[in-house]
Design a binder for this molecule. Sequence first.
Ligand code: ADP
Ligand code: MG
Length: 567
Amino acid sequence: MTNGTNSYQVLSRGSEFQWLDGRDAQSDNVAAAKALSKAIKTTLGPKGLDKLLISSDGTIVVTNDGASIVDRMDISHPAARSIVEIAAQQNSQVGDGTTSALVLVGELLEEAESLLEMGLHETTIARGYTLAAERARETLRERAIPVDPDDRSRLRTVARTSVTGKWDRQASEFLAEKTVDAVQSIEQDGTVDLKRITRKAIPGRSYYDSAVVEGLVIDMESSSTTPVSPELGLPDVFESATVALVDDQLTIETATGQGAVTLESPADLRDLKAYEREVYEGYVDRITDAGADVLFCQQSIDDMIQYLLTKAGVLAVERTRRDELEKVGRATGANPVGPVDDLTAADTGLAQRVERRDLGPTEVAIVDGGTGGDQVSLLLRGGTQQVADETKRVVDGCFHVLARAIEDGVVVPGGGATEIHLARDLRKSASNVPGKKQLAVEAFADALEEIPRTLAASAGMSPIDVVVELRARHHDGDHATGLRLEEESGRIGDVVEGGILEPLAVTERAITSATEAANLLVRVDEVVAVSHEEDAGEHDHDHEHGPGGVVESTDGYPWAVGHSMGH
Ligand code: ADP
Ligand code: MG
């Protein structure tokens, strides 16, 4: 089953369906999941290695963000896919911890294999794992460290823990600060509405030109190509600007009564031009009658209209994304209208300030609704578009992490300290677990320690020595002892003091998803591929699937883990 690039091929194209029974299916699923886990394991932690991802169109992305890698990998093996989805969920729900979850799945499966060999039943393993995960979650709660939404320095450490390793230390520090600034400026009574933060990645300059801006930042890139002469001199800043939103295009095609036109004489052309002019002026009148100073249009604006609007002193921005239109709407009270003919003064809104700013490769409009800091934007600069996008991704995760830390109000020590503590507690409790399940609980504890082991290995330390020392220190009551890899040479110490803190929700979620994924794969002992028609695009990830259940479709293609993942 392992041959070159299609290492995990289970079914070949053309076969309607095919059965894989018992251990075959199990070991194949386990192998696929373990390979996936191994592929991204080396990226864990601040000293994790980067991966260079090359897509089929030649785009190159360098990242060590687990979620980002998994997202871009071309994976079609059903077992690996179900794990990918779990990883994606981890990322969308808590914004971090994807690699940890995957490392844990890989290790739980590794442990499960040994337990199966020892003769434990699949169900016993799954039950033991479930029990261990429940206990771990409870213990985790006991370790929670409270966070105050106003505690800026603590929030910064949480942000830094989430972004370290993605850039150099100084850059991490800087962006951690910016994300905290942005989140704090919209935090209200302990809640964080992430919809109120806009992240905009604009290539060029350096990271250190990234800034938090009050209001919304809207791209004007496409507008800047229109030949509006700068001499017409629109101001750079519109104070108390009336804002109109058009969710349509501003072109001649939208004019009513337009049929096919045949030009037979110069007079016809003149008529047509006159007609066009009339339509355009009608549009402009509508807009100026409504009192608009600034107009955001969801689609394109004809050059002539753009020109006439500029002449009338109206800043017209075309191709504004619909979600941005809505945000401007929320921030200013403006109401997007369909065809511009519907626009009235009642649909317009008020912005305290609209500013045009030239950011090098692009020009933006910054709209500050002024309604008590409703919207804030993080303008991310630096590198190429790919780098800027990758930065945006990491920062997005960081916003989620901060939101979790603030809304739940609890964080736990990172750097492997929590995993060591949980493992210790599980081992102690295992003796009370009746029967063979006990072995699964102990195996779960061993699997948790793969996190500090991996972190140690990434820093060139001996995983065994490190785990032994961590266990000893925890035994002596130093429950905050973990790896502090922010130092140049990795060392062991108090991670709370070192500010290595993660939202409890991230660790909790990673444990839960890893357990669910491992249990799902351990208990699947039969894989059935269903033909396209029967499948109808359903994705069933019910982990309560008993043996013989339908697992996933093949999508009509060999199940394979793309060769991009390495082995
Ligand atoms: P994930 O995708 O799981 O978030 P990361 O690559 O972000 O993976 O690594 C997260 C792990 O790195 C966590 O266990 C976290 O506690 C640990 N970590 C973060 N910062 C440090 C640090 N300065 N020293 C040691 N470990 C750290
Ligand atoms: Mg992380």
